[in-house]
Design a protein around this ligand. Structure first.
Ligand SMILES: CC(C)(COP(=O)(O)OP(=O)(O)OC[C@H]1O[C@@H](n2cnc3c(N)ncnc32)[C@H](O)[C@@H]1OP(=O)(O)O)[C@@H](O)C(=O)NCCC(=O)NCCS
Length: 270
């Protein structure tokens, strides 16, 4: 495919995010809910109790059927990652109650409440991930494999229905943007002997954009400011400042480095 020069003018209109205000009392209630969980985690309370108590509040302390009540307590559930031989049981035990709280919050009556969800997930990420920078913004229905192998920079955004398979590890650089329905893997299976698994860290550089429904396979590395087009499948490394599309993804464009120069990112409220 012939290289196409970048457009001189950006497309469309410049979109700015609106600032939304919740009623002050509600905002305070949300802050107290998140800060209360954070304080208990920091104090070293049993994390399964913390998770159960938070979910009981979100479901209005249901009485009656013990089956429903059992789902509030992570001691009563299993997650897929726990079955994997390469899962570190001690590390996973520490994060499992927080992952269960994260996933169950998303499926609770509050699940689509963006403001509360972003505040809660940002706080939980600080206790689950290996590293998370400032202003992490995560939308509902995101899933991790271990959680504890995630390394996330500043001002990273992860949209809905994303799978972050951090089995070997996923690194998301500063200001990386992960769109709806993206999958990022860090493990793969031998084509003949399925039980042989190769774990390879996947690195998404600073300011990279993974657009809708795209997939990055284990071990791929995306250079700074590169982009993967909708439905693209990245099987190899992507060069910095380049646009890749298709299955397997191939480079079709160079971005304008001047237009895409890093700007000082204002501290986001949300
Ligand atoms: C990658 C993308 C940004 C490129 O857009 P663009 O700069 O307008 O690119 P063009 O339309 O000029 O496409 C260049 C070539 O790649 C092809 N192409 C573009 N996007 C493609 C995609 N997702 N998959 C396969 N091929 C694609 C085009 O058909 C064209 O091929 P041709 O030269 O043979 O005709 C865009 O196609 C895309 O995938 N956008 C996703 C939506 C988005 O922006 N998401 C951000 C959400 S946060």
């Amino acid at each position: 495919m012939a290289e196409i020069p970048p457009p001189v003018q950006p497309i469309g209109i410049e979109m700015k995010l609106r600032k939304l205000e919740l009623p002050a009392q509600t905002s305070q209630m949300y802050d107290d809910f998140v800060a209360g969980i954070d304080a208990r985690i920091r104090r070293g309370d049993d994390r399964s109790d913390i998770c159960r108590d938070a979910l009981m509040r979100l479901w209005g302390h249901p009485q009656g059927d013990p089956l429903l009540q059992a789902q509030m307590d992570p001691r009563n559930i299993t997650l897929e990652a726990e079955y994997y031989g390469d899962c570190d049981p001690a590390r996973f035990a520490a994060v499992k109650p927080l992952l269960w709280l994260w996933y169950s919050f998303d499926r609770s009556p509050a699940g689509m409440n963006l403001e509360l969800g972003i505040r809660l997930r940002r706080m939980l990420a600080g206790h689950i991930f290996k590293r998370v920078g400032a202003n992490f913004k995560c939308f509902p229905y995101v899933e991790f494999t271990f959680g504890y192998n995630m390394e996330v920079g500043d001002n990273v955004v992860v949209h809905r229905w994303v799978l972050l398979d951090d089995r070997a590890g996923i690194v998301l650089g500063d200001r990386a943007s992960v769109s709806d329905f993206v999958n990022i893997y860090s493990h793969t299976h031998d084509i003949n002997l399925q039980q042989f698994v190769d774990n390879k860290v996947t690195r998404i550089g600073a300011r990279c954009r993974l657009t809708y429904h795209s997939t990055v396979l284990a071990g791929a590395q995306m250079g700074e400011n590169s982009m993967l087009g909708a439905h693209g499948l990245l099987t190899r490394n992507a060069r910095e400042h380049a646009v890749y599309v298709g299955i397997p993804a191939k480079k079709v464009k160079e971005k304008d480095r001047e237009l895409a120069a890093p700007v000082k990112h204002p501290q986001q409220k949300m």
